[in-house]
Write a protein that binds this ligand. Sequence first.
Ligand code: ADP
Ligand code: MG
Length: 171
Amino acid sequence: MKTISAPVLTSPHELDFISHSAAQTLRIGQRLGEQLHPGAVLLLLGDLGAGKTQLARGIAQGLGSPDMVTSPSFVLINEYRTSKRGVRIYHVDLYRLDEAAEVQSIGLEELWSGRDICLIEWARRAEAYLPREYLAVELRYLDETKRRMRFTPRGTQYEQLVESFKTTTFG
Ligand SMILES: Nc1ncnc2c1ncn2[C@@H]1O[C@H](COP(=O)(O)OP(=O)(O)O)[C@@H](O)[C@H]1O
Ligand SMILES: [Mg+2]
């Protein structure tokens, strides 16, 4: 992916770079998806239109999913298949939840208790219920086609994920 801007290293395991197009965000998602371990949890952060669902689409493709990825805003949770046996993707969008009690009632913890992969948009709405370890990916609108992307891993598994993503993407 030679066209991606060189990353800025903010802390040893963080990664901060610019995606120049929706297609590039898709490819970044694919790279990430290829390297995710079963049970991985990703928080997709950023405003409406930042590209969270676009990134999720790439991640699902990277995991070999044959399913169409759409915004789960109205249904809260979409489920997709992957090419790994026994591993599904839960694509969660908490945008419409405003009460912590509602978050509790959908039983989020169960989603990330096993081998399935969780992609969570508007994860801050469920702050109290999040697992201790995850990869946070924050997308920020710069202009019509450019988005700043920041990866912040929590936990060694996710630090290793960022390291291998860096190696495969930036060499
Ligand atoms: N570099 C980029 N990365 C991601 N999306 C982009 C980019 N440039 C333009 N876009 C467009 O921005 C929109 C992002 O929408 P979406 O992924 O649904 O955002 P969110 O889920 O964060 O609300 C899409 O229409 C996409 O084509
Ligand atoms: Mg979305």
